[in-house]
Design a protein around this ligand. Structure first.
Ligand code: 4AD
Ligand code: MG
Length: 462
């Protein structure tokens, strides 16, 4: 008989009355000497399937290995269930035990803290919570591709190993095959990178954007979706050293087109998860965040507020609120400032634009005022910044002047500058932190809980 997934059985009323074959992990077993009930989960759904063992047909000895965490294979008839909380159950005919799990199995029934689960990240996918999160994560990744595919964007694979360190987004992880305890030196004592694998210093990418611009200024509209690496020592609930980023880059888009796309994209992703992961979202709402679904619906049905950094700072200054970090024009906004605007003042997602040029990257389009650039950050309740982007400086002279001012080595940028040297076009793009969006849609509060294997300072297990 062919194995059925539990989600498929639960969704198909016609399966009732047929012989079925299921495989999975035991969540619980209970019962008496006449009948035993096993809750089986195979990862296809937050819901377990109940297996009923008639103890006239099975021996105690046979059922003994069926403890929480054991893996089993059952065949039997799927029947309507009398019990509450389930529509159907299996009356077992055969039982095969693949693997036992004794009382040292760490994921025993319930009541584990998220902290404990983080320490056991190798087994936490077997819990209800992480099963739900991993399914939502997978669905959200699919929604990203679906959205851009439907819009005619091309998926561009930008490199993970790069020799350009010009993004300025964060510290980089160096990539080298040189022997660290016996480094080759040049005559003046510097490390001789000509002997390194690529013949020069290289690192893991902090963003695929600059290469993304090469794609957009050739085939029009592209997006990247891949891991990015930042060696910042920030131990917060919102920072990972390895995170996934979605970066669309579009020729002929100005900053307004860019904002429209960002808003449409985020709403599409949230709608997709609500439509396709309802059971998982309801589970997470029930256990972690009672207002989750309401908050997701609210974002779907409201326009994001759009205002300039200058207007935002004015609101913060006039708020009378005492911030830990004082706010004035020119400062980089802290998460407390962003959250004040979003949660207290507007009570809606906010897109903040036209930041001071000195706190933003070199490639952003310079405004006529000489002080600000056409940047945009999308700020969300609970999370703060989920998206950072901008219209790009398309003018070669202005871009070169900015690169000079910031002392970025021009010789390393020749390939990027060629996009402005030959057939330059207005263009824009942004980067969405995949895990930040996942925090929002799952209602989790710690970013380590929405990625299967988190990497943070001093933590790289499994
Ligand atoms: O604002 P960032 O640094 O922008 C860029 O990297 C641009 N090159 C994007 C672009 O225009 N193509 O990062 C973009 C987003 C942030 O808004 C945030 O959501 C997320 O990436 N992010 C992080 N997420 C988790 N951990 C970190 N350490 C993150 N740093 C940024
Ligand atoms: Mg940013």
């Amino acid at each position: 008989m062919k194995r059925s997934k539990i989600a498929a059985l639960l969704a198909n009323p016609e399966a009732i009355g047929t012989e079925v074959d299921v495989k999975g992990w035991v969540r619980t077993r209970r019962g008496n000497k006449y009948v035993q009930f096993v809750a089986l989960n195979d990862g296809s759904s937050i819901k377990n399937l109940q297996i009923v063992f008639d103890m006239n047909k099975f021996t105690d000895e046979q059922l003994k290995p069926i403890t929480t965490g054991a893996s089993i294979h059952v065949t039997g008839r799927l029947v309507e269930s009398m019990g509450k909380g389930q529509t159907c159950e299996i009356q077992a005919d055969t039982l095969e035990v693949y693997g036992t799990a004794d009382e040292t199995y760490p994921m025993q029934k319930k009541g584990h803290t998220l902290e404990f689960l983080r320490e056991n990240a190798h087994l936490r996918p077997r819990t209800n919570t992480f099963g739900a999160i991993l399914r939502v994560r997978s669905a959200l990744a699919f929604a990203v591709h679906k959205f851009f595919n439907e819009k005619g964007f091309y998926y561009l694979h930008t490199p993970l190993i790069t020799s350009s360190d010009c993004e300025g987004a964060g510290a980089m992880f160096q990539v080298t095959t040189l022997p660290l305890n016996d480094l080759p030196r040049t005559e003046d004592g510097a490390v001789d990178y000509s002997q390194d694998f690529f013949g020069k210093p290289t690192a893991l990418t902090v963003s695929g954007q600059l290469e993304g611009e090469l794609g957009a200024t050739a085939i029009g509209e592209i997006y990247t979706f891949g891991p990015t690496f930042r060696a910042e020592n920030s131990n917060t609930q919102r920072h990972l050293s390895e995170f996934w980023m979605i970066e669309p880059e579009m020729a002929f888009y100005d900053i307004n087109d860019n904002m429209d796309l960002a808003e449409e994209f985020v709403k599409y992703c949230i709608r997709y998860v609500l439509d396709h992961c309802r059971d998982d979202i309801e589970f997470l709402a029930e256990h972690y965040d009672k207002d989750l679904i309401e908050r997701l619906e609210f974002v779907l049905h409201n326009d994001f507020v759009r205002l300039t950094y200058t207007e935002g700072v004015k609101i913060l200054e006039e708020s009378g609120h005492k911030f830990e970090f004082p706010v004035s024009w020119g400062v980089d906004l802290q998460s407390e400032h962003e959250r004040y605007l979003v949660e207290k003042h507007f009570k809606k997602p906010v897109i903040l634009t036209d930041y001071p040029k000195d706190i933003k990257a070199f490639y952003m389009k310079q405004n006529e005022d000489g002080r600000t650039v056409r940047a945009m950050d999308v700020l969300f309740p609970q999370i703060g910044e989920v998206i950072g982007g901008s219209e790009r400086e398309a003018d070669l002279d202005k871009l070169q002047r900015r690169i000079d001012e910031l002392n970025i080595p021009m010789k390393d940028m020749w390939w990027y500058l060629d996009t402005r040297r030959f057939g330059t076009v207005p263009h824009s793009g942004f980067g969405l932190g995949f895990e930040r969006l996942l925090l929002f849609v799952t209602g989790m509060t710690n970013i380590r809980d929405v990625i299967p294997f988190p990497r943070t300072p001093k933590n790289c297990e499994f």
